[in-house]
Write a protein that binds this ligand. Structure first.
Ligand SMILES: Nc1ncnc2c1ncn2[C@@H]1O[C@H](COP(=O)(O)OP(=O)(O)OP(=O)(O)O)[C@@H](O)[C@H]1O
Length: 215
C-alpha cells in the first residue's frame, strides 16, 4: 500500500487553547480513518489542515512523500473535500449544482454522469428542482452526489451523514467501503456510529488525550 497522506507532530491552538499537539496521522491507499471526539475537540480544524485549507498550525504535512506546500496543485486535483455545511447553491437546481462542481474542478460538464450520480444518491426526479426547495437531507444528498462524479483518490468528509436517513447512511457506508476497496482513501468525521465497517481506523481527539490514535 502506498503512503498517501502523512502528518507529523501537528499542533494547533485556538484562542490560547491547545486543540491538539504532537499529532501523527498516516493514511495509506485503501484506508478509512475516522476522526472522533466531542464537540469543539478540533475535528473540523484537523480536516481543514489535512485538506490544505489552513496554514496556522505547526508540524509537517506530506502528500505521497512530498511536502504538501510543494505539491499543492497535484494534491488538490486528487482531493474531494466535503465540508460541514452542505455547501450547495440554493438558487441552482440539483443538476446545476453538479454542473457547477464539475466546472469548479475543471472537468467538462457531463450531463449523463451528473444525472447518474443524482440517481445513485436517491434523487431521481429531483434533478430540476432548486436546492433551496429540497429538504435538508435531499440538499445534503446533492453534495454527496459528488462522490459519484469522477474519481478523486482522497476523500475528506466532515460530518457527511448530517440529515441523512438510515437508508442513505447505509448507502454512504457502502460507498466509503467501495472507495477504499478500489484503493481510495477516506478521512471522515462523524458523530454517527458507523456500522460494521471492517478495517476502519480511528483517531480520537479531545478528552481521550488529544493525540491518541487507535488501530
Ligand atoms: N477560526 C477560528 N477562530 C477561533 N476559534 C476557532 C476557529 N475555528 C475553530 N475554532 C475553535 O476551535 C475549537 C474546535 O473547533 P472545531 O470546529 O474544529 O471542532 P469540532 O471537533 O469539529 O466540533 P463539532 O463536533 O462541534 O463539529 C472550537 O472551540 C472552535 O470555537
Amino acid at each position: 500500500m502506498s503512503l498517501r497522506l502523512q502528518a507529523r507532530e501537528l499542533a494547533c491552538e485556538r484562542d490560547d487553547r491547545v486543540l491538539f499537539k504532537g499529532l501523527d496521522v498516516t493514511l495509506d491507499a485503501g484506508e478509512i480513518l475516522c476522526v472522533e471526539g466531542p464537540n469543539g475537540s478540533g475535528k473540523t480544524t484537523l480536516l481543514k489542515i489535512l485538506s490544505g485549507q489552513l496554514g496556522d498550525y505547526t508540524g509537517e504535512l506530506h502528500y505521497r512523500g512530498e511536502p504538501l506546500r510543494r505539491c499543492r496543485e497535484r494534491f488538490l486535483a486528487n482531493l474531494l473535500y466535503l465540508g460541514h455545511s452542505a455547501g450547495v447553491k440554493a438558487g441552482l437546481t440539483a443538476l446545476e449544482n453538479l454542473a457547477w462542481y464539475q466546472a469548479l474542478a475543471g472537468d467538462a460538464f457531463d450531463e449523463a454522469a451528473c444525472e447518474r450520480a443524482l440517481e445513485e444518491i436517491g434523487l431521481a426526479g429531483f434533478e430540476d428542482v432548486p436546492v433551496g426547495k429540497l429538504s435538508a437531507g435531499q440538499a445534503r444528498r446533492v453534495a454527496l452526489a459528488r462522490l459519484a462524479l469522477g474519481y478523486r483518490e482522497l476523500w475528506i468528509l466532515d460530518e457527511p451523514f448530517t440529515a441523512i436517513d438510515k437508508h442513505g447512511v447505509a448507502g454512504l457506508e457502502r460507498r466509503l467501503l467501495a472507495h477504499a476497496e478500489r484503493g481510495g482513501s477516506v478521512v471522515i468525521t462523524t458523530h454517527h456510529a458507523l456500522g460494521d465497517m471492517a478495517g476502519i481506523r480511528r483517531l480520537a481527539l479531545g478528552e481521550q488525550g488529544h493525540h491518541g490514535e487507535a488501530a
